[in-house]
Design a protein around this ligand. Structure first.
Ligand code: G3P
Ligand code: MG
Length: 241
């Protein structure tokens, strides 16, 4: 499966998280209107298993709510403000479902890296099933989607459920288990913390036929391998373009 190419791809992290409240409508629209070719976002289940766009499992940092996302119904989550914590002009930003996100970006030629945020308390098979259901209802073009996760379990389940959408293994630092998994699931990319990437690891991943996307680079001058990697996640895409 070929991913849309432009080396390195600049991926708007959680939209444009440096200047907009992360993972919100305002943040994704800013990315799309700026002409970015890719964005990254985080998904997880609410109480009933519907997938919502949110990074933390706890609500406190990015909303005026408290407790876990999966302890709330969608209706309850929709009452919360996901913008005011960032700046007063974003007050009233609501959490998005993944379905709403696809509808929002439908008219833009932007590709979407969906990071599946699951922990040991989630039913990971249920999350994967719901993800594929939403992707299929939205009829998402596989060229416009990359699924990634730190969870080896959910990636294995995704691989077993479908081969339609490309997969990437997320890691803080490349391990033997990551390399084994990438082979097993036919991953197209390794999405790795830029701080843990050296030339030897980069070469090793490229030799294995993998793309290398690095997170989260907000100061381009501090990342010396920027011309050798395939993708760069950043909260400040304007600093790269
Ligand atoms: O997907 C890249 C990056 O977002 C992974 O880390 O914690 O920012 O979701 P995190
Ligand atoms: Mg993420």
């Amino acid at each position: 499966m070929e991913l849309i190419q432009m080396k390195p791809i600049i991926i708007g992290h959680r939209g444009v998280a440096g200047t907009y409240p992360e993972n919100t409508r305002a943040s994704f629209l800013a990315a799309a209107k700026a002409g970015l070719t890719w964005i990254e976002l985080d998904i997880q289940p609410e109480a009933e298993g519907q997938l919502v766009v949110c990074h933390d499992h706890e609500l406190g940092r990015c909303s005026d709510g408290q407790g876990r996302v999966d302890a709330h119904s969608l209706q309850a989550l929709k009452q919360l403000d996901f913008g005011g914590w960032f700046a007063p002009e974003f007050q009233g930003e609501q959490i998005l479902t993944l379905e709403e996100l696809f509808a929002l970006l439908h008219e833009y030629p932007i590709a979407i890296n969906i990071e599946i945020k699951v922990d040991e308390t989630h039913d990971q098979e249920k999350v994967a099933r719901e993800l594929y259901r939403v992707l299929s209802v939205a009829n998402m073009d596989p060229q416009r989607v990359l699924l990634s996760s730190f969870s080896h379990e959910v990636l294995t389940i995704c691989h077993q459920m479908s081969s339609v959408y490309p997969l990437a293994v997320l890691t803080e630092k490349l391990t033997a288990a990551d390399s084994k998994l990438m082979k097993e699931i036919g991953a197209v990319a390794c999405n790795i913390n830029y701080r843990a990437l050296d030339e030897v690891t980069l070469e090793q991943l490229h030799q294995a036929g993998l793309q290398v996307w690095v997170y989260t680079v907000n100061e381009p001058e501090h990342f010396t391998l920027k011309d050798q990697v395939d993708g760069i996640f950043t909260d400040y895409p304007g600093r790269f373009i």
